[in-house]
Design a protein around this ligand. Structure first.
Ligand code: NAP
Length: 277
């Protein structure tokens, strides 16, 4: 039996077991995916003994996404650039790490708006945290034209220009020009249940613009509702969570799973029992 898990602290809230165990069952595979509470002082030891504990790999979540890097044998290019990882797998008894959030974002965008081409697009991205870095790294590889990074703490956006280069334009809200924006992406925690609202004015966006929010609690954020009211195309965040999980499952269990409407409904119901597909 192949085993994988998600590690973090706290970990009880993680929906990754629901996703991976759904796929294991669907594919009729003999495997398991658990939640494991790992405190910061236990992280080194846990990763060093991943194979001895019988795991093929693990997802890594808060607060270990950055600190885990130092305990991994081989990290890929995206992890080196972003400075964070979310997926660990074993190969020839060595630990390897990758980051799947950027790919999850892109695949969710393409699944929501089939045929959409991000190349040469002008992006406005709100936030400069961990998920912003993963998404920027992936969008630059997809050859977008520019990414305006709007962040409350301007210095963090400026650091991203140093990391990612000339296509990054750091700014501090509210100095936001949306007239030429093709894709607006919220990567801040604003708009999430229990957090402050995101009050950005959308009326300046061109009619062809796409508005994506990576926040998925609530499933349809106020930002997405306001974008819909303006007849703009929208991309909700839950799909990113599902699509980022595909690569890990493939690396550990050896089969590529599919993000289906049934899986979306399962996780959406877990988030909001009143959800109707
Ligand atoms: N859909 C998915 O699969 C997925 C994946 C990852 C994350 N997420 C969600 O994305 C959000 C961000 O995650 P993260 O890991 O990138 O977090 P993070 O590294 O902590 O970054 C948070 C960002 O939000 C900004 N921010 C927070 N509160 C703000 C406020 N009141 N006003 C203005 N800006 C504020 C921060 O600005 P400063 O730099 O000024 O502090 C920073 O840029 C979370 O809600 C998380 O649940 C979703």
């Amino acid at each position: 039996m192949i085993k994988a898990c998600v590690i973090g602290s706290p970990i009880a809230h993680s929906r990754s077991p629901l996703i991976h165990n759904y796929w294991l069952k669907k594919l009729g595979m003999n495997g398991s995916y658990d939640r494991v509470l790992v405190e910061p002082e236990e992280l080194k030891n846990f990763l060093a003994h991943l194979e001895a504990k019988g795991y093929a790999g693990c997802n890594v979540t808060l607060p270990h996404k950055e600190t885990a890097l130092q305990y991994i044998d081989i990290v890929d290019e995206s992890v080196r650039t972003i400075g964070a990882l979310n997926t660990v797998y074993l190969k020839n008894s060595k630990t390897h790490a990758t980051s799947t959030d950027g790919e999850g974002f892109l695949q969710n965008l393409l699944a929501t708006i089939p045929g959409f081409d991000v190349s040469e697009k002008h992006i406005v991205l709100l936030g400069a945290g961990g998920s912003a870095k993963a998404i920027i790294e992936r969008l630059l590889r997809a050859n977008v034209a520019s990414i305006t990074v709007a962040n409350r703490t301007l210095d963090r956006a400026k650091v991203l220009k140093q990391t990612f280069g000339a296509k990054i334009i750091p700014i501090q809200p509210p100095a936001l020009n949306l007239k030429y924006c093709d894709i607006l992406i919220n990567t801040t925690s604003q708009g999430m249940t229990g957090q402050s609202p995101l009050t950005i004015e959308l009326s300046e966006l061109p009619a062809h613009a796409v508005v994506a929010d990576i926040v998925y609690v609530p499933l349809k954020t106020e930002l997405l509702q306001r974008a819909e009211a303006l007849n703009l195309r929208t991309v909700p965040g839950l799909g990113m969570l599902l699509h980022q999980a595909v690569r890990g499952f493939e690396l550990w269990f050896g089969a590529k799973p599919i993000v289906t409407p049934e899986l979306y409904d399962l996780i959406a119901h877990d988030i909001d029992p009143d959800f109707k597909s």
